[in-house]
Design a protein around this ligand. Sequence first.
Ligand code: PLP
Length: 383
Amino acid sequence: MRYPASKLPQVGTTIFTQMSQLAAEHGAINLSQGFPDFDGPALLKARVSHYLEQGFNQYAPMTGVPALRQALALKTEQLYGRKTCPDTEVTITSGATEAIFAVISALVRTGDEVIVFDPAYDCYEPAISLNGGLTHHLPLMPPDFSIDWQRLAEAIHAGTRLIILNNPHNPTGALLSAADLQQLAELLRDTDVLLLGDEVYEHIVFDGQPHASLLSHPELAQRSLVVSSFGKTYHTTGWKVGYCIAPAPLTAEVRKVHQYLTFSTITPVQLALADFVQQQPQHYQQLPAFYQTKRDEFCQLVSGGRFHYRPAQGTYFQLLDYSEISDKGDVEMARWLTTEIGVAAIPISVFYAEPPQELRYLRFCFAKNTDTLQQAAARLNAI
Ligand SMILES: Cc1ncc(COP(=O)(O)O)c(C=O)c1O
């Protein structure tokens, strides 16, 4: 027999897996994949153990544990001023990745267009393609990686179903402002275009800037499905628990997919998160300062070398411009840095459909202990 042709012929092993493997083979310090090398809060882990021991180990409700949905509805109202119904507008998912796949599967039909800004996180396009949709790539241009509103206006047409906005933005660390959201609202006012907000780094914003969530803009919130992840906020990326907040009719459609994708998400972790979100709001309130210290530490450390940077405005990633060091392409540069210098980073051209010429940036994850950052910077500064 012959096996069928691939439905995703362009998809190979992700760059994150490739770079992490290369880092392991060469004993390099791994600043490529986006995960902390420190642990989540002790109280949160204690609550997970508690619920495990107490026997909360069977299926959670399909939509998520009520206490967690209620905690998120309250938090959304307090932080973003959007009154949110825990029963009809909040769905707990197995990571933001599942939420994104469920949203796209629920909304995108054959031939629908989805606008994505490059460099784009890598899980969007495969989900769009598997659902018969077409991805319309619009580039964010260096050095500030902002949206070209004119190009966006020209790209929107009757076949545009969805725009995906990742804010704060991975891999560039760029932020959208309240003024950006207003511009978007005006652009979309007479359309039926929906918005998927990938806001997994919502609490990692710097220099006193607020996170301009789609949920905070009353007009945009009506057409928005906003996805976030506890993995980023609580340093627990391995738990893969996320959620989606959207108006009830859209949530109903997302749940139809979620129901058959995973049905439900790990029970004891959801219960523990419900306790922690309510009891320790200071944890996410202090996250900007916590990560800003790390960003500043990393930038300060590498300022002794030949890399250039604009400090990230959000996320736990810092782009470093290596144009003074080499004119290698960024994929080649990332491999060289891993194998010869012993520091692994992510090339950003792989997140563009058509990378701009002369893109000379690598993405470094600074969600690491001081020791790790110091060792990495010493190697980078020696180049
Ligand atoms: C922009 C972005 N979206 C979504 C995700 C996925 O989040 P999760 O691990 O909760 O599935 C990530 C994780 O790195 C991310 O960086």
